[in-house]
Design a protein around this ligand. Structure first.
Ligand code: ZN
Ligand code: FE
Length: 752
């Protein structure tokens, strides 16, 4: 005879609003167990009674068969006293003081919902807002916690009898699916065009307008897109003109993986990213040309449809591929509120496909790439935010404000580090407003008392985020140097606080300990005990401050003036032009000149020498161009980049470039030799320093490590010396990851 035992099980992670309780309910019933399950502030609590072997079977399947949208971090199992229950039930939620349950990111529509969407017999046939507990919107519709329909933007729609029946039945996929709705009770899409608004046949009409070469504003999950036919150069160029977007590549949406494969070489790792529930934009090597979509780039940014509406549009004959780009004018945040979109996009879109369900907050598409060391997140937003990316030691709430470029914010509660979506560049007033709104939103959602929190900001005194920090009314504020935060962000992802590492932080700009502009730094240390700067790029001059980042030629002047016997760089083949002359005069005068060790500016300088002599029209453009040039070359010998006395000397590297260009070597070969030289010089420095310090783990971060060619050249050299290389995978290596590193140093660092 079997004994009745009891267990108390607590599950933490993303386990609310993802169909976890009905899953537990079914699992308990299948194993003939009694008890109950409920949502509590930290996750899900389960009480189980039954025979020991069936309890064990339940626990095994709990992790193995969890719903696709769930993300379990811990399962805590304890013996409990049996109450002699004779059924299994789902009990009401238990609310606590401070909600720490994780908010699920928005998820792509699932396969089962898609089958229903195209099944004429299904009550939600062709309903553009179909969803279930495995899929659909979350973060973009939540207005407060706990996650209930009344605290979402679906609060205004009453479920009809059929939807309510699904919602209350634990055996359906829509049990407590908060946004559940159907054509008869839920929100609809309306087509606004020529002063008219109609809900009739909107998908077919929109698809036809797109085929006819019109530009449509389409409301999605976290904002509006501008959509058009990517195969028609004149339409794409009209979109560029209206958006004031000169050269930055547009993202594409394709019907399915087969369509993606016709446009680009899709590796298994790319396919896994494309079809993941986050459905990010994935950067992939392109096989065909679509004029105007990605000028001068060897890649396309491709995503698959992720809302039911996207699938309906393709089924109705929308162009494949379509350009799907954030609806805004260049550098503004994406439009997400209907009234604002209708005004701001009036001159941009020929028609509007407006969904009636409001968007609670702006969440842009994420951008990722399958890199040498694993996935690289370049922009972290829809599908990932506001997921927890790290578990820090417990302590008071921490609000880390990040950097001013590519801003994102981290909030730490009970050790859970939640990272917000990409917010933007805070120098733009609209983004700065979004920054403040996101902070208010976070603190309200998680009921954080400002007087009890610790605020962390960058060391840059002029950053907008730095100046805002004292206004938050926090218990204390801490500042963290930019490049240490980059290194700490990698270690935070892994929970490695004590590990001694050698950290290589390479990026464009960050305020250094000595008040100069850093960006080519090598540290030794740990999060817990601090990072000491041990080496850096040889100092150059940043001519004219921030403007140098927009003009590679101007950046070049501050490096090239240290070279001997330069040829006339205004002449062929260099043609550095008037800006070279002017910047040289500024440099000679010494005004508005700053010392810098920025590796990003060194890449700009190299791009200028290889032929990129115009201003950039988006951040990082010159370095991306240089990488593209080099990518088409077979292996070359690198230019020398010697490491002596803690300094990487760029002079021989640039001397080699100048000399080769003057004698007519191709820009592609020169670019390849530059990359190979940088990788070899860095490897020499890293191998030497780590051997001296007895360290075997190398951490790389900073925007320069978005350069996949550099990573691909550097990593084998380090591995050949038995070194382990760690990089970012959950937050971006660019400044989008800074806030996580700031939070980690505030929680575990020497001052903590
Ligand atoms: Zn679904
Ligand atoms: Fe940075």
């Amino acid at each position: 005879m079997t004994m009745t035992n009891a267990r108390s099980i607590r599950v933490r992670g993303v386990v609310q609003g993802v169909g976890f309780r009905p899953f537990v309910y079914r699992l308990a019933r299948e194993n003939a167990l009694t008890g109950w399950v409920l949502n509590e502030t930290e996750g899900v609590e389960i009480h189980l009674e039954g025979a020991g072997e069936r309890l064990d079977a339940f626990v095994r399947r709990l992790r193995a068969e969890a719903p696709p949208a769930a993300g379990i971090t811990t399962i805590d199992i304890r013996e409990a006293a049996a109450d002699g229950l004779d059924t299994f039930t789902i009990r009401d939620s238990r609310a606590g003081d401070q909600p720490v349950a994780r908010i699920s990111p928005d998820l792509a529509v699932c396969d089962r919902c898609l089958t229903e969407l195209f099944d004429p017999a299904d009550p939600r046939y062709r309903y553009p807002y179909i969803n279930c507990t495995d899929c659909g919107p979350r973060y973009s519709i939540i207005t407060s916690l706990p996650y209930d329909r009344a605290s979402t933007t679906m609060a205004g729609w009453r479920m009809d009898a059929a939807c309510a029946a699904d919602y209350h039945d634990p055996l359906t996929r829509r049990f407590h699916a908060q946004p559940v709705a159907c054509e008869s009770c839920g929100p609809r899409y309306v087509l606004r065009h020529d002063g008219e608004a109609t809900p009739v046949n909107v998908v077919r009409r929109a698809a036809k307008m797109l085929r006819d070469g019109r530009i449509l504003a389409v409301k999605g999950i976290g904002g509006y897109h501008l959509a058009c036919d990517a195969r028609r150069a004149e339409v794409v160029s009209a979109l560029r003109e209206r958006k004031y977007r000169k050269e930055k590549p547009f993202a594409l949406m394709v019907r399915d993986l087969a369509s993606a494969r016709r446009l680009a070489a899709i590796s298994p790792a790319d396919a896994a990213l494309l079809t993941s529930a986050a459905r990010p934009i994935v950067l992939v090597p392109r096989l065909v040309d679509l004029p105007g979509v990605a000028p001068e780039s060897g890649s396309f940014g491709i995503m698959l449809p992720y809302t039911p509406l996207h699938h309906l549009l393709f089924e109705a004959g929308a162009p494949d591929p379509m350009v799907m780009t954030s609806a805004n004018r260049s550098s503004e945040p994406i439009a997400y509120e209907d009234a604002d979109a209708l005004t701001r996009l009036a001159g941009l879109a020929d028609a509007f496909l407006v969904g009636e369900r409001p968007i609670a907050r702006r969440v842009e598409d994420s951008v990722v790439r399958a890199g040498t060391l694993g996935p690289v997140v370049l922009r972290r937003a829809r599908g990932y935010a506001p997921g927890a990316v790290a578990e820090l030691p417990p302590g008071p709430p921490i609000l880390a404000l990040g950097a001013d470029l590519k801003n994102a914010i981290t909030l730490v509660i009970d050790g859970q580090a939640f990272v917000t979506q990409f917010i933007g560049d805070l120098e733009h007033a609209e983004s700065a407003r979004a920054f403040r709104e996101t902070i208010d939103d976070l603190l309200r959602m998680y009921a954080v008392r400002r007087s009890q929190m610790v605020v962390v900001h960058d060391a840059h005194p002029e950053y907008c985020s730095t100046r805002y920090a004292p206004e938050l009314g926090a218990a204390s504020t801490i500042r963290v140097q930019h490049h240490r935060a980059h290194i700490a962000s990698v270690l935070a992802e892994r929970g490695e606080w004590e590990r001694q590492v050698l950290g290589v932080a390479l990026d464009g700009t960050g305020y250094g300990d000595d008040g100069t502009i850093w960006g080519g730094e090598i540290f030794i240390g740990s999060v817990a005990h601090g990072f000491v700067r041990r080496a850096h790029l040889r100092r150059a001059t940043l001519v004219g401050g921030d403007a140098a980042a927009r003009h590679p030629v101007q950046a070049a002047v501050g490096f090239l003036d240290q070279l001997e016997d330069l040829p006339d760089l205004r002449a062929e083949p260099f043609r550095l032009g008037l800006r070279y002359d002017n910047a040289s005069k500024v440099l000679a005068s010494g005004t508005r000149c700053f010392a810098t060790t920025s590796m990003g500016r060194l890449f700009d300088c190299a791009a200028a020498l290889a032929g990129f002599t115009r201003p950039v029209t988006y951040e990082g453009q010159a370095a991306i161009w240089l990488e593209e040039m080099a990518n088409n070359e077979s292996s070359v010998n690198g230019y020398p980049f010697p490491f002596t006395n803690g300094e990487l000397d760029f002079r021989p590297l640039l001397q080699g470039m100048v000399h080769d260009r003057a004698r007519g070597r191709s820009p592609g070969e020169i670019s390849a030799a530059f990359h190979a030289g940088v990788a070899r010089g860095l490897a020499t420095a890293v191998i030497g320093l780590s051997a001296m310090a007895g360290i075997d783990t190398i951490v790389v971060s900073g925007g320069v490590f978005q350069n996949e060619l550099l990573v691909a050249e550097l990593v084998p050299l380090l591995r050949a010396a038995d070194l382990t290389v760690w990089a970012n995978h959950l937050v971006p290596p660019n400044d989008g990851g800074i806030s996580l590193g700031q939070a980690a140093i505030a929680a575990c660092g020497p001052g903590a």
